[in-house]
Design a binder for this molecule. Structure first.
Ligand SMILES: [Zn+2]
Length: 276
């Protein structure tokens, strides 16, 4: 009898501590930056914005004892680069590996349960190969395009993420996907930039709900004027996704975190600080 009361007390305490710790927190990592001289391919003229520096983030979302790594930054092979000219008109820098930054908060890829990427362009899956032991959450259309039909798309480079083809588990998603099953972190399909592009809604208790943009927009100007980059896979789909996500932002009272915004990054506290 005494034993069972102790057990009940333990279970109850466990439930309490679980609910107390289940509010998500978000860490933002510097996973490099890109400098471009010409923004025309993004659907705007060089006069319409003076922004030329794009921040490249990675994120860790913790929810109780579960962890999701979102967007993988520049390729790890670029770590240590400073103003390296990748192609004419495009320079990249990547001061310190995201894996070292994870180490700062005492984590290794083995501690990451889930990985998801807004899409499979080179500046979003750079560390992907380090997470082959995690479960990959990927929109089924992105999976088909990036893993099965990459030869049909100039924009995908399988050598950067082929290790994920052997991910411990691949979970194909379709529309919205409730990552932890408690409604706090939700993958939202927003196709058009790539066939299975998605964004991530995180309902933070103190900061308020935030929505990580992926590449729905690269510049504030794209958002204000609904401009679609020339290299998107589907313009009509992108415009529909923009409309859908703007409505969702409104409905959730969420703040859009424009992932490539250097101005936003400068205003944020990067890891080891976090938002909850
Ligand atoms: Zn990007």
């Amino acid at each position: 009898m005494r034993l069972s009361i102790t057990l009940i007390a333990l279970v109850f305490a466990g439930a309490l501590s679980m609910s107390a710790s289940a509010a998500p927190r978000v860490y933002v990592f510097n996973c490099g930056s890109i400098n471009i001289t010409d923004v025309a391919s993004f659907g705007l003229t060089n006069e319409e914005t003076d922004v030329r520096d794009l921040f490249v983030p990675c994120y860790l979302i913790e929810n109780g004892d579960q962890r999701l790594f979102w967007d993988g930054g520049l390729p790890l092979s670029l770590v240590g680069s400073k103003d390296l000219e990748l192609e004419p008109g495009m320079k990249v820098s990547y001061p310190r590996s995201v894996l070292d930054q994870l180490q700062d908060i005492n984590l290794t890829p083995a501690d990451i349960d889930l990985v998801a990427f807004s899409h499979f362009h080179f500046d979003h899956i750079g560390a992907a190969g380090a997470f082959a032991d995690s479960t990959l959450l990927i929109n089924k259309r992105e999976y088909t395009a990036a893993f099965l039909q990459a030869d049909q798309y100039e924009i995908f480079d399988p050598s950067l993420y082929s290790k994920l083809a052997d991910a411990d588990r691949i979970e194909l998603t379709d529309a919205d996907y409730d990552v932890f099953g408690d409604g706090s972190v939700i993958l939202i399909s927003a196709p058009g930039h790539t066939p299975g592009h998605q964004v991530l809604l995180v309902k933070l208790e103190n900061t308020g709900p935030i929505l990580l943009s992926g590449d729905l927009y690269h510049f504030e100007f794209n958002r204000r004027h609904q401009r679609v980059p020339a290299f998107n896979t589907d313009k009509a789909q992108t415009l529909k996704a923009m409309q859908k996500i703007e409505q969702r932002l409104e409905a959730e009272g969420a703040t859009l975190w424009l992932e490539h915004s250097q101005a936003l990054a400068d205003s944020l506290n990067l890891a080891p600080a976090f938002y909850d």
